[in-house]
Design a protein. Structure first.
Length: 130
């Protein structure tokens, strides 16, 4: 016995599939914007910290505000904030935006200490003869 088939349209099914495809694309774009902003803010924080490491204490806030102006308007974090502080020989940086938060710290760069160590090592090598 042959089954009877009816002619029909796939419009309803295609509409659901298109809705899912468009929703997936929207979610992927949103995540791409979030990753972009997290990366840009983290790199800005790192740049401000490195500028603060090599500069004077007065330049700490100037480096943070300069980098924050350079960041411009981010897509996902409308209120991104960067702060740089110095405590002793270490410099601390903190970045916040939405639910994102990143902390970074580094020791203040002192080239004279490095040069003293290198001179000491060179002196020891010359005395040892190797």
């Amino acid at each position: 016995m042959r089954e009877k088939t009816l002619k029909g349209s796939l419009t309803v099914e295609a509409a659901w599939i298109m809705a899912m495809v468009l929703l997936s694309i929207a979610v992927m774009l949103q995540q791409a914007c979030r990753i972009h902003d997290e990366t840009k803010a983290a790199m800005g924080l790192h740049e401000a910290l490195e500028k603060g490491r090599h500069g004077s204490a007065k330049e700490l806030e100037a480096s943070a505000s300069g980098v924050q102006e350079h960041l411009g308007r981010l897509m996902f974090f409308p209120d991104c904030d960067l702060a740089i502080k110095e405590k002793g020989k270490r410099i601390y940086g903190e970045g916040r935006g939405g639910k994102w938060k990143r902390e970074i710290e580094a020791e203040r760069f002192r080239p004279e200490t490095f040069l003293r160590k290198i001179t000491l090592i060179e002196g020891l090598v010359k005395e040892d003869g190797n």
